[in-house]
Ligand binder design. Structure first.
Ligand code: AMP
Length: 191
């Protein structure tokens, strides 16, 4: 199985790149942000609790998101070709748990691909997305909080994968077709 983590700040294009990889390589996309938003949309106590974190630009506690992710992985069909993890892991404990889990399944993570984009461009993309996304966290105040959270809590995840020798990166400051082509070059090295 080709299991890959897409890492990058909010607005780096993880969702867009995931769509491309799913289409071209038939991998399965797991976005923990999407899992959380679906739980929020379903309502209920857990949904309300999760909404409190995302609307403030804060991370959902590790224990909750790890449990949601593990259940989701266990529900995938046996013939899954590989998983693209989008938005997970976002903290060191999440990274350590994912490594443990996937190694125990005999389906280790092959690489973390870091999508690097400058701060001004991230903000520009997120504000643009906010005009149509309807997301409670695509506004300037929350975007700035999310970028701080990314720097403090998620950048160490990239460092962790560097130490494991599984780190790859692209600088995705171009157009979508250009950025997708850069991603494709990296994916080809993993096949
Ligand atoms: P995303 O769609 O990946 O931008 O995630 C939107 C929001 O969902 C984040 O700002 C967090 O509040 C929450 N979230 C998504 N993935 C995680 C995760 N792995 N750990 C904790 N919170 C998460």
């Amino acid at each position: 199985m080709l299991n890959i983590i897409l890492c990058g700040a909010p607005g780096a294009g993880k969702g867009t790149q995931s769509d491309f990889i799913v289409e071209k390589y038939g991998l399965t996309h797991i976005s923990t942000g999407d899992l959380i938003r679906a739980t929020v949309a379903a309502g209920g106590e857990l949904g309300e609790k999760l909404n409190g974190f995302i609307s403030q630009g804060q991370l959902v506690p590790d224990a909750i998101i790890i449990e949601m992710l593990e259940k989701h992985i266990d529900s995938l069909p046996a013939d899954t070709k590989g998983i693209i993890f989008d938005g997970f892991p976002r903290t060191l404990p999440q990274a350590e748990e994912l490594e443990r889990l996937m190694t125990a399944k005999g389906q280790p993570i092959v690489a973390l691909i870091d999508i690097i984009v400058e701060r001004e461009e991230l903000i520009r993309r997120l504000l643009f997305r906010g005009q149509t996304s309807g997301r409670s966290d695509d506004n300037l105040e929350t975007i700035e909080k999310r970028l701080v959270v990314y720097h403090n809590q998620t950048e160490p995840v990239a460092e962790y994968y560097k130490k494991l020798g599984k780190y790859k990166s692209i600088v995705a400051m171009g157009t979508i077709p250009e950025n997708v082509a850069l991603m494709d070059e990296v994916i080809k090295t993993l096949l």
